[in-house]
Design a protein around this ligand. Structure first.
Ligand code: FAD
Length: 193
């Protein structure tokens, strides 16, 4: 079992949110996440997750168990032809911006910074500008969740477009991997009138 850090103080980006969870984990695999979730669930405790901690919403704060996915930060696979990339949830957007162009790919839309984890960004509808460009979660074509009851749940655009399976799951889901689509590389030019 992965050993937790104790005495950790979480603070979000502008320090408007703070908590001191009993345990902080930084897992390196899905198996470790599942172990953490099952143990917390058995103990009747709450599990929350965070990426870069840039959100102002009090959705990370807990006295129980906090998980950070910074160590799950890889691109898992790239299909340049289909413009699809599978990434681990903790990867930062700035890292995607660095790596995707090597495959001729790019994010369709971005916010004003690149510090966010991809899971944090799609969980909060992070967006940029552009009338025809959806928020980041609209680029997701599949997702793998680890649920509060310790189950793996894979959802794809073909199998479950409404993500309805989630409604039967309790308490908490941890985004583990995301499949992204429609990522053709492009060049953005800023003009001033
Ligand atoms: C300086 C600054 C500039 C910003 N600019 C923009 C902008 O231009 N456009 C815009 O729309 N937003 C912007 N934001 C907001 C930011 O994009 C969001 O708050 C985003 O959620 C931050 O990502 P994060 O990794 O820090 O998420 P966190 O703050 O770490 O988490 C956000 C939410 O996602 C959940 N979460 C994180 N990881 C996982 C996971 N693996 N599984 C399940 N849930 C998870 C958390 O529990 C929480 O509910 C900005 C924020 C800052 C501080």
């Amino acid at each position: 079992m992965l050993r937790p850090e104790t005495g950790y103080r979480f603070r979000n980006w502008d320090e408007t949110l703070e908590c001191r969870p009993k345990h902080l984990y930084r897992p390196e695999s899905e198996e470790e996440i599942l172990e953490i979730v099952r143990e917390a669930s058995d103990a009747g405790e709450t599990v929350r997750t965070f990426g870069a901690g840039h959100s102002w919403a009090p959705l990370v704060v807990t006295d129980d168990t906090l998980i950070n996915l910074d160590r799950l930060d890889r691109i898992v696979s790239v299909d340049a032809e289909q413009q699809r990339v599978t990434v681990q949830a903790g990867i930062r957007i700035k890292e995607l911006n660095r790596l995707l162009p090597k495959h001729g790919l790019a994010m369709k839309n971005l916010g004003s910074i690149g510090e966010q984890s991809i899971a944090g960004a799609i969980s909060t509808a992070t967006h940029g500008t552009g009338l025809k460009l959806g928020a980041l979660h609209t680029q997701v074509v599949g997702i793998e969740l680890l649920t509060g009851s310790g189950r793996r749940l894979a959802i794809s655009e073909n199998e479950d477009p409404e993500l309805s399976a989630l409604h039967s799951e309790r308490i908490w889901s941890c985004v583990d991997r995301l499949w992204r689509g429609g990522l053709e590389s492009f060049c953005l030019v800023a003009t001033r009138g």
